[in-house]
Design a protein around this ligand. Structure first.
Ligand code: PLP
Length: 390
């Protein structure tokens, strides 16, 4: 048996652990009395037009056949056209690889990028905990770089970590767990530094853009499309969050046409997908998303929940980052003791995730992808919880 895999399988993620605790609590006291903010499971349904497409497609036996390993050509074209039209970068369909969600996109891209055991991949803390699992599976080492106090990318911290063994970094915007969206100037500082270091070390440093929340932003927030700013970049996209389809496992890898040796890199992604068994992404959903390519779920509930929680928690004296995107609120725990705060919250049936698994201490993550009713009902419970700190 592979000891590494055994350990991974036995140690469930902290988030899943809390979710399972929530299941027990729901059975005991009723779902309506549990304020479960643990998991990032989308709340609104998939767009109606997508459900209608599915009803039509499902009757067509051809839809259930294998597609080509990187996806059906018509689907890859629909994705490439959407990228070209929306972001003004001529994206060839021959550099699109359809995948089973962002997790499969990230694993394929990391496996295509990491070449030897000395390689390092940078992640910005706080970060999505599975990055560590995905990176270490390739044999590379994770190099953690702290964001600044506003949870934006920190150029100086990155410079300290950027030695010649760094082959890639992962940028996730809109961000899980902070809800931050990195502005253009913030990204530009990072890309200028990378360009300098690429010249110094004589090899590319690949920017892996993890984008499952791309369209999920509030107000007039611009999410820069990184491949228009940085040539050695590859996008790992997913329809899990924006079309509320996490169980269907559908997304894509888009290699930037400006990347050095873009077509060879794409072949390495195909090779990685093949070696991991990530070929021919779920065909029904390939065709379904292609027919509804620029549609999203209705994000009104998220916008309202974010506002309601931010206003209430800041009134209670908690220090939170006002989210620009995604559906998470990152809150500083009283006395920076996140574990204690989460334990106390459980007494009021509020389930939160401590930030330790995101690579920082002292914060909690609130996933507000729940109904507005649940958020409103949780407010008195938060008020009671905070009385413990008076
Ligand atoms: N990346 C981030 C930042 C996420 O939050 C998630 C899921 O929560 C994923 C990747 C994985 O997404 P998918 O369901 O598409 O595999």
């Amino acid at each position: 048996m592979n000891e590494k895999m055994l350990k991974l399988g036995k140690n469930r993620s902290a988030i899943r652990e809390i979710f399972e605790f929530g299941n027990k609590l729901r059975a005991e006291i009723g779902a309506e009395n549990v304020y479960d903010f643990s998991l990032g499971n989308p709340y609104p349904p998939a767009p109606d037009c997508l459900t209608e497409t599915l009803e039509k497609l499902i009757k067509n036996p051809a839809v259930h056949a294998y597609t080509s390993a990187p996806g059906a050509q018509s689907v890859r074209e629909a994705v490439a056209n959407s990228i070209s039209t929306r972001f003004g970068l001529a994206q060839p369909s021959s550099l699109i690889y359809m995948t089973a969600g962002a997790a499969a996109s990230l694993c394929s891209v990391l496996s295509a990028t990491v070449a030897c055991k000395d390689d390092k991949v940078v992640v910005f803390a706080p970060y999505f905990p599975e990055y560590k699992v995905f990176i270490e599976a390739t044999g590379a080492t994770v190099s953690e770089v702290m964001c600044n106090d506003k949870f934006l990318l920190d150029r100086d911290n990155l410079e300290k970590a950027l030695d010649k063994n760094v082959v890639a970094l992962i940028i996730n915007s809109p961000n899980n767990p902070t809800g931050a969206v990195y502005p253009k100037e913030n990204l530009q500082e990072i890309f200028d530094l990378l360009e300098k270091k690429e010249k110094e070390y004589g090899h590319p440093i690949i920017v892996i853009c993890d984008e499952p929340y791309r369209e999920l932003v509030y107000g007039d927030i611009d999410v820069p499309y990184i491949p228009t700013m940085c040539k050695n970049s590859v996008v790992c996209y997913s329809y899990s969050k924006v079309m509320s389809l996490p169980g269907e496992r559908i997304g894509y890898v888009a290699v930037s046409p400006n990347m050095d040796n873009a077509y060879d890199y794409f072949s390495a992604v195909c090779g990685a997908g093949r070696s991991l068994g990530y070929v021919c992404a779920p065909s029904l959903f390939q065709f379904a998303v292609a027919e509804n390519i620029d549609k999203t779920s209705d994000f009104t509930t998220y916008a309202n929940n974010g506002k309601t929680l931010y206003n209430h928690l800041t009134k209670l004296g908690l220090d939170c980052v006002n989210p620009d995107g995604a559906f998470y609120l990152f809150v500083k725990a009283p006395f920076l003791n996140a574990e204690e705060f989460c334990e106390k919250a459980k007494k009021y049936n509020i389930l939160l995730v401590p930030s330790t698994s995101f690579g920082v201490s002292g914060y909690v993550r609130i996933s507000y992808c729940v109904s507005e009713k649940t958020v409103n009902a949780s407010l008195p419970a938060f008020t009671e919880l905070m009385k413990e700190y008076k």
